[in-house]
Design a protein around this ligand. Structure first.
Ligand SMILES: Cc1cc2nc3c(=O)[nH]c(=O)nc-3n(C[C@H](O)[C@H](O)[C@H](O)COP(=O)(O)OP(=O)(O)OC[C@H]3O[C@@H](n4cnc5c(N)ncnc54)[C@H](O)[C@@H]3O)c2cc1C
Length: 437
């Protein structure tokens, strides 16, 4: 590619995930001249929709959207990407100790009332502490330092009485932030839940985080933004390796040696991914250390396709939650298309379960999941899938893992302020955007 240094851009945006492309769209709509540099050969980043006749389309990355994700729903509507409601009309299944328990509400009626009390206590306490954590500045919560220096595991050991609910708490860490309780700061974990609207919002399908999916897949949002921006503004297969800044502006160099000059740079990627870039001058000290201390989670999505939705014949909706340490997955949902085609179940294998799962062969992984579906839905049909698709996000070099960045103990109070502090000047158009929303 020719050296494009002579075309000085208003902004160079690094990363063509939803964040980078939204920034590009906003700035372009405001009349500014931008270029987006993307390492992969596709847009979408952690949203990735695989299209194939055997499955139609399937979201191998992010998929679900619900109330409170207003900006995402707004941009999808503007781009004409429709969504549909995930069905949870039939019974759900709780998996524990190799057995399954059908239930209609969020969790089953436990035979032991202590377990119900324990569950209610955990949910109430997590939301109560969450109420004390300011969304914009979690480090200024009244007990910020104490909460940040405590792991979720330590909290569980001190506050949870029953084995079932200890396992339930572990699964909530694995499910929501794809990490183990001993890896997580309590302040970070409860801040994360709070940002999603509280425990029931993040955990639920109806009126919660898993309420809807996009017809045709979530990556379409990025693909449609690419179409609007035009191929000239979005350069694929352009991993950035160097950012230089001086009084005149910024110069960005890709691994191939292409150079772009601009007034501003927007880094639109997970913090840990920005470690691969060399900065001249060096990043501010705290930002330099922050990006070394914010790991990505570990998750794999596994999809099993069947001739029909056999679980529905037994009045199950397909949703399961497993607190069973032996069960390979923690959560499953029906992934049949909204028109009823390609009957499928999707499950999430996260944190330590994912780190162990990668040592099995693909066939072994499929069989382990089938085995637990047959327990969950009490059906031999679960053992006869017609297709198996999986995606291991731990191996993605430009994501580093998924779904998201996690904060270990002590990190948010010491380095958190550097997360949203700009290393360069904030562009007025973006500042206005954030301040009015
Ligand atoms: C399996 C999975 C399930 C998820 N489920 C959900 C869900 O149901 N609901 C939900 O809301 N969220 C979910 N998420 C999280 C969601 O995908 C992310 O929060 C969101 O996509 C992040 O978008 P982004 O643009 O900020 O970052 P990214 O999508 O990570 O985009 C960053 C981009 O930067 C690029 N890049 C990295 N390094 C460089 C470099 N050096 N030079 C140039 N480009 C570079 C990357 O290739 C990438 O395209 C899920 C994620 C995964 C993986």
């Amino acid at each position: 590619m020719a050296n494009e240094g002579h075309q000085r851009k208003d902004a160079i945006i690094i990363g063509a995930g939803i964040s980078g492309l939204c920034a590009a769209k906003l700035l372009t709509d405001s009349g500014l001249d931008v270029v987006v540099l993307e390492a992969r050969d596709r847009v979408g980043g952690r949203t990735y929709t695989w299209v194939d006749p055997s499955v139609g389309y399937v979201d191998l990355g992010a998929s679900y959207v619900g109330p409170t994700q207003d900006r995402l729903l707004r941009i999808a509507k503007e781009l004409g990407v429709k969504n549909y409601r995930i069905n949870e009309d039939e019974r759900m299944v709780w998996i524990e100790k190799g057995k399954c328990y059908a239930h209609d509400d969020y969790y089953p009626s436990f035979w032991n009332p202590l377990i119900t009390l324990d569950m209610n206590h955990v949910i109430r306490e997590w939301d109560r502490i969450g109420d004390t954590i300011p969304v914009e500045a979690p480090w200024s919560a009244p007990d910020a330092e104490m909460l940040d220096n405590t792991t979720v595991k330590e909290w569980i050991e001190k506050n949870v009485w029953t084995e079932t609910i200890k396992n339930f708490c572990r699964v909530q860490c694995e499910l929501n932030v794809t990490a183990e309780p001993h890896e997580l700061s309590l302040l970070f974990f409860l801040w994360y839940i709070k940002q999603c609207g509280g425990f029931m919002r993040i955990s639920s399908t109806d009126n919660g985080g898993q309420e809807r999916k996009f017809v045709g897949g979530a990556q379409q949002i990025s693909i449609k933004m690419l179409e609007k921006l035009g191929q000239d503004r979005v350069k694929l297969e352009s991993p950035v390796s160097l950012i230089e800044q001086d009084d005149q502006g910024v110069r960005v160099t890709t691994v191939q040696g292409d150079k772009y000059e601009g007034k501003h740079v927007i880094l639109a990627m997970a913090p840990s991914m920005s470690q691969r870039i060399i900065y001249s001058p060096a990043l501010p000290a705290k930002r330099n250390q922050l990006i070394q201390r914010a790991p990505m989670g570990s998750v794999m999505k596994c999809l099993l396709y069947y001739k029909k939705q056999f679980w529905k014949d037994r009045e199950f909706c397909g949703s399961t939650l497993s607190v069973d340490p032996e069960c390979p997955f923690i959560y499953s949902l029906d992934d049949t298309k909204p028109d009823g085609s390609h009957p499928a179940l999707i499950c999430f294998v996260a944190a330590d379960k994912c780190r162990d799962f990668v040592h099995l062969s693909k066939d072994q992984r499929r069989d382990r999941v089938c085995q637990y579906y047959s327990i969950a839905f009490n059906s031999e049909e679960a053992l006869q899938p017609i297709n198996y698709v999986e995606k291991n996000w731990m191996e993605e070099q430009y994501s580093g893992g998924c779904y998201t960045t996690t904060f270990p103990p002590g990190m948010l109070t010491k380095y958190g302020r550097s997360v949203n502090r700009s290393c360069l000047t904030i562009m007025p158009a973006l500042r206005d955007f954030w301040e009015t929303r």
